[in-house]
Design a protein around this ligand. Structure first.
Ligand SMILES: [Ca+2]
Length: 211
């Protein structure tokens, strides 16, 4: 079932991105009927946190323990990098193999480290950081490298705004209203131009906290 949803969403996101790029409006997000996200919210920790709340629900959120609790696709190209992580000493990195076509890669938390929603609070904040590299200087704005984050929590489906990656670390955050309880997972897809062999993508410091 999970593979089916991911395949379906990958198709939808890919189509939405291609349409957005084609019409020159890459900042638009796809239409999803059950999205409940407000991206215009204060930074994490700016609001007071009630006792017992505020713990990061994502295990190994900054890849300091390698890919423990994470899975990725495709099998080749992903690594743990110590080169310019956003936080700590490590980050997740994907390096494109070159050739033609599109980079289309996924990173998501493993089943054995599901995100546990306890149902005590409906309000959550989610964020993560990303950047890209083109060490050969072949960077072009004409074909952006874009990351999308999706969350499947307690029966609900949510997504952040697309983040067009640059060579500096950037953060995307969102506020979610999640009802119910149970295990869930987060999933990030990155799409970009594979025509330049040196395209690399780095992700770090995922956070999901109730407040
Ligand atoms: Ca890190």
């Amino acid at each position: 079932m999970r593979a089916f949803f991911q395949a379906l969403l990958a198709s939808l996101i890919g189509l939405a991105l291609l349409l957005a790029i084609g019409f020159g409006c890459s900042s638009d997000s796809p239409t999803v009927s059950d999205v409940s996200i407000n991206n215009d919210q204060p930074e994490l920790n700016e609001k007071p946190v009630a006792p017992g709340r505020g713990e990061n629900l994502i295990d190994n959120p900054g890849f300091e323990y390698g890919f423990s609790c994470w899975q990725y696709s495709p099998d080749a190209g992903w690594s743990i990098s110590t080169d310019n992580p956003h936080g700590g000493e490590k980050c997740a990195r994907y390096t494109a193999p070159g050739g033609s076509g599109w980079v289309n890669v996924e990173l998501y938390n493993a089943d054995y480290c599901c995100v546990h929603i306890d149902g005590n609070s409906p309000r959550y904040r989610f964020s993560y950081w990303g950047r890209m590299e083109r060490p050969d200087g072949a960077y072009t704005d004409s074909i952006p490298t874009v990351a999308w984050a999706w969350l499947f929590l307690a029966g609900g489906t949510y997504h952040t705004s697309p983040m067009q990656l640059t060579e500096s670390w950037q953060r995307v955050s969102a506020e979610l209203t999640v009802t119910g309880s149970g295990c869930g997972w987060i999933w990030v897809q990155v799409i970009g131009d594979a025509n330049e062999a040196t395209l690399a993508v780095a992700l770090d410091d995922f956070e999901l906290r109730s407040y």
